[in-house]
Design a protein around this ligand. Structure first.
Ligand code: PLP
Length: 296
C-alpha cells in the first residue's frame, strides 16, 4: 500500500455529479458533516472491474442518509453508474470504493434544514485490511472498552461516520497493545462485532453469530450466511455471551474490507483457523469474482 497521503494521490473523484481531479476534491472546514457528523458512507470492493453487490451498497447508502434525516440527490441507478465510472477511470480492476455523502456549509448549528447534500465517490487500491502474515495465522483481537450503543440511542442501522468514533478509539487502543483489532460487546454485554467487521464462531461443525439487532447486518455477513447454507452448514444467529468464547473452536470476522479473516485469539481465548473458516474464505473469494459462482 502506498504511503502517499490520501489528499495527495493521483486519479479522479466523482464529486456531486462529475469526475474531477483527485486533488481538487476538497470541502470547506465549516461543513456540517465535519462538525456534527451528518455524514454517511459505504465501503465496497471491485473485483475484476466489477463492484461486488453494488446495488445493495447504493441502497444502504441511501437508507443510511434517510436515517440521518437527509436525502441524497441521486438514485441508486445513478450512484451505481458513478461508482462504475470511478473504478473504470482510475484504472484498477481490483479496488476499494468509497462513496461518502454529507451535509454542506449553508447552516452551521445543530439544525441543518437547508444544507446542500453532497456525494463524492473515490476508489483506491487496498489489497488486505490486515497484515497478510497475521491473517494466515489468525488475527489477534483485544476486547474493546466501548460497547455498541442501545438502538434507542442511535440510528444503529446507518453506516454513519459518527458511529465510527468509538470504533477508531477501540482500534487504536488495540493496536497500541499489539492486537490487530478489537471485539466490541453491545450495551447489554453480549458479543457484537469488530470495529469494522462482523464476527462468526464455529462449534461442532455449526456457525454461531450474534443477531444484528444493534449493529450493521453486513453485506459480507449475509453473503457468508448464504455460502454456508449452500454448503449445508447450520447457522445459529443468536445472543452470544462473552464467557461462551471458550467453547468455540474457530472464529472469523468478515466485512467488505476484511473479507473473510480468520481469528486466532480474542483476549485470553484462542481459536484454530480450520476447515469451515477456510472453506468459507475460499467460497467468498470465488463468489466476489465477476460472474463466478462458489462451489457448493
Ligand atoms: C462496524 C462494521 N460492522 C460490520 C461491517 C461489515 O459490513 P459489510 O459486510 O457490509 O462491509 C462493517 C464494514 O462496513 C463495519 O464497519
Amino acid at each position: 500500500m502506498s504511503a502517499t497521503p490520501f489528499d495527495q494521490r493521483e486519479g479522479s473523484i466523482w464529486f456531486d455529479g462529475a469526475l474531477i481531479p483527485w486533488k481538487d476534491a476538497t470541502l470547506h472546514v465549516l461543513s456540517h458533516g465535519l462538525h456534527y457528523a451528518s455524514c454517511v458512507f459505504e465501503g465496497e470492493r471491485a473485483y475484476g472491474g466489477e463492484i461486488f453487490k453494488t446495488r445493495e451498497h447504493s441502497e444502504r447508502l441511501l437508507q443510511s442518509a434517510k436515517l440521518l434525516d437527509f436525502e441524497i440527490p441521486f438514485t441508486a441507478e445513478e450512484i451505481d453508474a458513478a461508482k462504475a465510472l470511478v473504478v473504470r477511470t482510475n484504472g484498477k480492476a481490483d479496488a476499494y470504493v468509497r462513496p461518502v455523502a454529507w451535509r454542506g456549509s449553508e447552516m452551521m448549528g445543530v439544525s441543518a434544514q437547508h444544507n446542500k447534500i453532497h456525494l463524492a465517490i473515490a476508489s483506491w487500491e487496498w489489497p488486505s485490511y490486515f497484515d497478510p502474515e497475521a491473517r494466515r495465522k489468525g488475527i489477534r483481537l483485544d476486547m474493546a472498552e466501548f460497547r455498541r450503543p442501545d438502538p434507542a440511542t442511535i440510528p444503529c442501522k446507518a453506516k454513519a461516520s459518527g458511529l465510527y468514533m468509538i470504533c477508531t478509539i477501540s482500534k487504536h487502543k488495540a493496536e497500541r497493545k499489539g492486537y490487530a483489532d478489537a471485539l466490541m460487546l453491545d450495551w447489554r454485554g453480549h458479543v457484537a462485532e469488530c470495529t469494522g467487521a462482523n464476527i462468526f464462531f464455529v462449534k461442532d461443525g455449526a456457525l454461531h453469530t450474534p443477531t444484528p439487532d444493534c449493529f450493521l447486518d453486513g453485506i459480507t455477513r449475509r453473503t457468508v450466511i448464504a455460502l454456508a447454507k449452500r454448503r449445508g452448514i447450520a447457522i445459529n444467529e443468536r445472543t452470544i455471551l462473552p464467557e461462551e468464547l471458550a467453547t468455540f473452536s474457530e472464529c472469523f470476522i468478515c466485512g467488505t474490507a476484511a473479507e473473510v479473516t480468520p481469528v486466532g485469539e480474542i483476549g485470553e481465548y484462542t481459536f484454530t483457523p480450520a476447515a469451515i473458516t477456510q472453506a468459507l474464505a475460499e467460497d467468498y473469494t470465488r463468489e466476489v469474482q465477476p460472474k463466478a459462482k462458489a462451489a457448493a
